[in-house]
Design a protein around this ligand. Structure first.
Ligand code: GDP
Ligand code: IMO
Ligand code: MG
Length: 424
């Protein structure tokens, strides 16, 4: 399968977990390279639902190795809970899981500062997951972060935590929040550090040696292109590079070792949290929510929904260098009479065929739509391209053409067998 980077081509929750699970069959190692437990990747195996937050979705296939690489920010307590939760469901995360020594640690003050900043922003809030992701990455860049290598070294961890807590308690007080007790943070983080120590290793060396041995790596992106800190709808973004380049810096695997990029996108658009969403439609949101769909996998918040935005996905294919597309949730449109696709934006007299960098301007953009006749037939049982209604095929072909990449996978339901591989 070669080394594959998989990214979300919209605003997150494109169905990356499901597609990773399918592609993992052909991979040896699955690698998370950015984000933290703000992510929620859903995989169904039979009737059993799994939601992965920090651990790569590849963990659900026995004999595959999984790596949480240097670019991820790790809440160690959440990670221990995730390992234990999987164990209860019969999934082993033991000697098949590897954690980077240099991944940064999310601490309780990161979560508290995240929450306080949101409160202070009021109407201007980002709508974060309140997992402390932004403040943790800010500390990494300010060179005031703690890394996994520090967490598992008891003396160093104690000294560093004491020092950081002093400063961050002042910040918390200034923001109107309660300072944290060293004793309780230290005790809980020491316990988590002890649990995670056996997993912590030099994943950069491990991954590059695996490549030299000819193993296939699959890089599991989190969030989506328009939540990227550089290329998203700033400031309504997350704090990491969610685009393809993040897989290199976040793992220590060089760009010329990467063989292809798969972009995952829904057959419509969703976004959770604040920020512009040009094709947003309350009617589509009401329809999908009434079907019990489109509630956040991490926070349970109802996702905002809209028509497919080809201006956005074309931009995403450009920024990520997408070769192959996986289009998911096609069945969500089974009952729609006329399906709209945004092919350009209009503001005043100007027309845009790319996503403007100014979030305020993007918020004013009016979509220019092309209409497609709906197929009005359930697609969930189709297992081949030919078994899809011809109107569905026409719609998917148009989405691929407008986005500028080739269609690889069409997904018509959450289960493994509801996956049509269009092209080998
Ligand atoms: P991720 O964050 O990109 O992994 O996506 P999430 O798991 O947060 O959200 C995607 C949702 O869509 C999950 O509930 C999946 O089970 C579901 N899903 C994925 N593909 C399909 C599909 O083709 N059809 C349906 N009905 N659900 C899907
Ligand atoms: P997966 O990997 C969808 C959104 C939040 C908020 C913004 C910033 O499941 O696709 P943060 O907590 O990261 O500081 O929040 O980013 N967000 C996601 N939206 N899917 C995700 O992950 C997300 N992770 C963060 O809702 O708007
Ligand atoms: Mg998700």
């Amino acid at each position: 399968m070669a080394n594959t980077i998989l990214i979300g081509a919209q605003w997150g929750d494109e169905g990356k977990g499901k597609i990773i699970d399918v592609l993992t069959e052909e991979a040896d190692i699955v690698v998370r390279t950015q984000g933290g437990n703000n992510a929620g990747h859903t995989v169904f195996i039979g009737a059993q639902k799994y939601v992965l937050h920090l651990i790569p979705s590849g963990i659900l296939r026995p004999r595959k190795k999984c790596v949480i690489a240097n670019g991820v920010v790790i809440d160690p307590i959440a990670l221990v809970e995730e390992i234990d939760g999987l164990k209860k469901l019969g999934v082993k995360a033991a000697n098949n899981l590897f954690i980077s020594e240099t991944a940064h640690v999310v601490l309780p003050y990161h979560r508290d500062i995240d929450a306080q900043r949101e409160v202070r922003k009021g109407q201007q809030k980002i709508g974060t997951t309140k997992r402390g992701i932004g403040p943790a990455y800010a500390d990494k860049m300010a060179r005031t972060g703690l890394r996994m290598i520090d967490l598992i070294a008891p003396d160093r961890f104690e000294a560093l935590l004491r020092d950081r807590l002093k400063e961050n308690n002042e910040v918390l007080k200034a923001l109107g929040a309660k300072p944290l007790s060293f004793k309780s943070v230290h005790a809980s983080y020491r316990a988590a550090g002890d649990r995670l120590r056996p997993y912590v290793t030099n994943t950069v060396v491990m991954l590059n040696e695996a490549i030299r041995r000819g193993q296939n790596l699959l890089f599991e992106g989190a969030q989506g292109t328009f939540l990227d800190i550089d290329h998203g709808t700033y400031p309504f973004v997350t704090s990491s590079n969610t685009t393809a380049g993040g897989a290199c810096t976040g793992s220590g695997v060089p760009p010329h070792r990467m063989d292809r990029v798969v972009g995952v996108m829904k057959a419509y658009t969703t976004r959770v949290g604040e920020g512009p969403l040009p094709t947003e439609s309350q009617d589509i949101a009401d329809m999908l929510h009434a079907m019990g769909r489109e509630f956040g996998a991490t926070t349970g918040r109802p996702r905002r929904c809209g028509w497919f935005d080809a201006v956005a996905t074309r931009h995403a294919c450009m920024v990520n260098g997408v070769d192959d597309l996986a289009i998911t949730n096609i069945d969500g449109l089974d009952t729609v009479q006329t399906i709209r696709v945004c092919i350009a934006y209009r503001v005043g007299g100007a027309t845009y065929d790319h996503v403007p960098n100014n979030a305020q301007l993007l918020a004013q953009c009016q979509p220019v739509y092309a209409d497609f006749p709906g197929w009005l037939t359930p697609t969930g049982k189709a297992t081949t391209w030919k078994a899809l209604p011809s109107r569905t095929r026409q719609y998917l072909k148009a989405l691929a053409e407008l986005s500028g990449a080739q269609l690889l996978i069409a997904s018509v339901g959450p289960a493994r067998d509801q996956t049509i591989v269009v092209r080998k």
